[in-house]
Design a protein around this ligand. Structure first.
Ligand code: PMT
Length: 401
């Protein structure tokens, strides 16, 4: 049974949250409601406590269980946070990390999947700040059930009416189904760059920030997987939740990932592993001279190919290809050479995607069928898109309709 926290904010549509709570309960969810103080002007705590049989929170210091911090408990225990109706105020607050009431505090402490159903006056929805907040939330993986067009409570016409209860409930139930998709599966993610030392202060590396790997780890966690991340020294930390093994060099990445690979069901090799390392590591700091300096490099092992040899026969192996063009031939060759089931190519010559950026655009190539294109999405959007597809190759998985 899924634990849903339903946040209700100060909109005239707040009364429809009662039906939404019932719909979610009919779907088998345990629903706990948190009202904002403004929502309490429209609907009452008693209404939701009677409907759900659960305590309802309003104020930041509400503590149904003495001595427990409810905002942390509720955030930890929830499988899904739904905010419906979501006013401009709550959207702008949670997009910026403001936590000044119980609901926004739960939202800040919560790390799982979230769904918001905005409802407000059309001008407030069209306001640049609200739109920017919605974009920020989407870039963090929050699902939005868009408000409908029509006459809103203030008499104006435009987009801003809360979507129907059935539409919000179906989106929530679909999300709950999705959060179970990788339950019982072990996912191994290699992420970030490697650093290959030249001397005690210098190294060979690349521009991988670890954002794509972190996004995949987060999406896999949201889908219920048991996740391990083996990461090089990335600019962005992995999300909270997975087992994290930090490494520096390709050889260390190989050693750490090799320990995890034999029990993994899905291996996602996102790391930008240095292909070469210095043949000799100079002790101490190399000094400048007037002579040319020739560094001899030797090839590193192919980590993902090695992991494929160690993996279970039915494990699914996904590589990434950072390509300087949109020509897929090189990516296809890597798929074959490295014994992968899929490779996700990203054209790193394009501005705004690939290395370091917050967005990406993937072309997923399998052993059969035509390549699929994600289009430009946030990295968490790409991660969800990719996992939905590669999960279908796991043993015992149904094709999604
Ligand atoms: O970290 P970000 O800033 O978010 O950037 C994301 C990314 C651009 C790094 C990511 O999307 C990506 O493309 N990762 C793969 C980068 C890469 O090393 O590509 P490649 O074409 O050189 O390698 C192909 C595959 O072989 C990769 O799965 C790589 O992990 C693996 N490999 C490569 C070399 C090596 N010695 N061992 C490997 O396992």
């Amino acid at each position: 049974m899924a634990n849903v926290v339903l946040g209700v904010t100060g909109s005239i549509a707040a009364y429809r949250a009662a039906d939404l709570a019932r719909e979610l309960m009919r779907g088998g969810c345990t629903v706990r409601v948190c009202l904002t103080p403004a929502a309490e002007k429209f609907v009452t705590r008693v209404l939701f406590e009677s409907l759900t049989g659960q305590p309802c929170l309003v104020w930041a210091f509400d503590e149904p269980e003495a001595g427990r911090m409810a905002h942390i408990d509720w955030a930890r225990q929830a499988d899904l946070l739904v905010i419906a109706p979501a006013t401009a105020n709550i959207l702008n607050k949670i997009a910026s990390g403001v936590a000044d009431d119980m609901l926004s505090t739960i939202a800040l402490a919560y790390t799982g999947p979230m769904l918001v159903a905005p409802a407000m006056n059309p001008a407030m929805l069209a306001n640049e700040t609200t739109q920017a907040s919605l974009r920020r939330l989407v870039s963090r993986g929050v699902e939005v059930v868009q408000p409908a067009e029509g006459e809103v409570a203030c008499g104006e016409h435009g987009q801003g009416k809360l979507a129907s209860v059935s539409e919000i409930a179906s989106a929530a139930m679909a999300l709950i189904g999705w959060t179970r998709r990788l339950e019982g599966r072990r996912v191994l993610v290699t992420s970030g760059p490697t650093r290959e030392p030249i001397d005690s202060v210098r190294f060979l590396s690349n521009r991988s920030s670890g954002k794509m790997g972190a996004a995949l780890a987060k999406a896999a966690l949201w889908m219920g997987a048991d996740v391990t991340v083996v990461t090089g020294p990335a600019a962005v930390p992995p999300p909270l939740g997975p087992k994290v093994v930090r490494v520096e060099t390709a050889l260390e990445m190989l050693a750490a990932a090799s320990r995890e690979a034999p029990t993994a069901d899905l291996i996602l090799a996102v790391a930008a592993v240095a292909d070469y390392r210095a043949a000799e590591q100079h002790p101490g700091k190399m000094r400048r001279t007037e002579e040319d300096l020739v560094l001899r490099l030797v090839p590193n092992p192919d980590v993902v190919a090695e992991l494929g040899r160690l993996a279970k026969p039915d494990a699914v192996l996904v590589g990434f290809a950072a390509e300087p063009t949109d020509d897929l031939a090189a990516a296809r060759a890597k798929l074959e050479r490295k014994g992968l089931h899929f490779i996700a190519a990203n054209d790193v010559s394009q501005a705004g995607i690939g290395f370091e950026s917050d967005e990406n655009e993937l072309v997923l190539i399998g052993r059969e069928g035509s390549p699929e294109r994600s289009g430009r999405l946030s990295k968490i959007g790409c991660a969800k898109w990719l996992l939905d597809r590669v999960a279908q190759a796991l043993p015992g998985e149904r094709e999604t309709p």
